[in-house]
Design a protein around this ligand. Structure first.
Ligand code: NAD
Ligand code: TDX
Length: 342
């Protein structure tokens, strides 16, 4: 099978490329990525010289390019992960989120329609469902109530995808997963940011009271689920993918400090994220029942391995600890600290 992975130099995308290479060695994999601040070609360095892996630098909004790539490599399946993915950035500047996440997805769907790609998998997020109270979990039929410009753009892309299935008969599937963790995650997201800051004895900014809950999914488990959906998911369906590991942010940050042997005095409570969803939890019964998928990693073991990976690979992330990135993180931190009620 010839598969196009959009966003294949990002966190989940690059883990997915490696996962597919190991699980389906006879497939031809084409990675298409714009290489924004979040994309890193180094993540795929191990595939250099692999005749069955092709890298194309490009923007999913460029229809001519996408048409050329899909035609040239006779693409049969698309795993669509390219996106602007950080909620805080979507609050600072929503425009590019609509451009890439909504319009870019529609360009890909148009090309699938024009050229006849066999299957399109839209990788979405549980954030499209909004926020939960203290109990319950999102199912595939939970209403869409996105809170941030990021999650609204993902919800829009999901709906456009499903509409192309219904209206034009395209074979589309949408997946909605919970928070991923693992190697290659850009250190603006909670887990890697806290690790990098703690390693430099910098403050760890916890938003609000730290009581927000996320349901953590190991990126390898997510990749295995995506392979199952690509091969066996039912057309026109939505599949929720969750790790079954709900943790309060503060509890998680304390756990990270313990693993790193650092003091809890590094924790700083800062102003909350506007529109901050209180709790996410996924009911993964559908994908379990239909595709036999379940997570293979426990959170404790997966987190310890992730911490070890960041400790062992400072060259992968140290560029974010200086220059423009560090200035951005520090200015965000100062702004939140200044706005904090406590
Ligand atoms: P990421 O930010 O690490 O990677 C995104 C990749 O997309 C980067 O390599 C970037 O260069 C590329 N990209 C951005 N704009 C592009 C464009 N216009 N054209 C081509 N490439 C472009 O994101 P991630 O965390 O790996 O997330 C991957 C996907 O999974 C996203 O669609 C995201 O919404 C979704 N998702 C992520 C999580 C999570 O916990 N990280 C959870 C649920 C869903
Ligand atoms: O410095 C921080 N302090 C803090 O308390 C950061 C960066 C985050 N947080 C909190 C906010 C959230 O409650 O930690 C939680 C996780 O935050 P993020 O890592 O920014 O992830 P989240 O907003 O939950 O979104 C992630 O999961 C769903 C991904 O970034 C999305 O792409 C995905 O769709």
């Amino acid at each position: 099978m010839n598969v196009l992975i959009t966003g294949g130099c990002g966190f989940i995308g690059s883990n997915l490329v490696h996962h597919l290479r190991a699980r389906r060695p006879d497939w031809t994999l084409v990675t298409l990525d714009k290489l924004t601040y979040a994309g890193n070609l180094e993540n795929l360095a191990a595939l250099e010289g692999d005749p069955k892996h092709i890298f194309v630098r490009g923007n999913i909004c460029n229809r001519e390019l996408i048409e050329h790539v899909v035609g040239l490599y006779r693409i049969e399946g698309i795993l669509h992960l390219a996106a602007e993915s950080h909620v805080d950035r979507s609050i600072l500047g929503p425009e590019v989120f609509v451009q890439t996440n909504v319009l870019g997805t529609q360009v890909l769907l148009e090309v699938c329609k024009a050229i006849g790609v066999r299957r399109f998998v839209m990788v979405s997020t549980d954030e499209v469902y909004g926020s939960l109270g203290p109990t319950g979990a999102f199912t595939e039929s939970s209403p869409l109530q996105p809170s941030s410009p990021y999650s609204a753009s993902k919800a829009a892309a999901d709906l456009v995808t499903l509409a192309y299935g219904r209206t034009f008969g395209l074979d589309v599937v949408v997946t909605r997963c919970s928070n991923n963790y693992g190697r290659y995650q850009f250190p603006e997201k909670l887990i890697p940011l806290m690790i990098v800051n703690a390693l430099h004895d910098k403050p760890l900014p916890v938003y609000g009271d730290g009581g927000n809950v996320r349901d953590w999914l190991h990126v390898e488990d997510h990749c295995e689920a995506l392979l199952g959906v690509l091969e066996r998911g039912r057309s026109g369906e939505v599949y929720n993918i969750g790790g079954g590991a709900e943790r309060k942010n503060l509890e998680l940050v304390r756990g990270l400090l313990k693993l790193l042997g650092k003091s809890e005095e590094l924790i700083r409570f800062v102003a909350d994220r506007p529109g901050h969803d209180r709790r996410y939890a996924i009911d993964p019964s559908k994908i379990r029942k239909e595709l036999g998928w379940k997570p293979a990693h426990t959170f404790e073991q997966g987190l310890a391995e992730t911490v070890r990976w960041y400790v062992d690979h400072p060259t992968w992330w140290e560029h974010v600890n200086s220059g423009a990135y560090r200035e951005y993180f520090d200015s965000q931190y100062r702004a939140r600290l200044g706005a904090s009620p406590g």
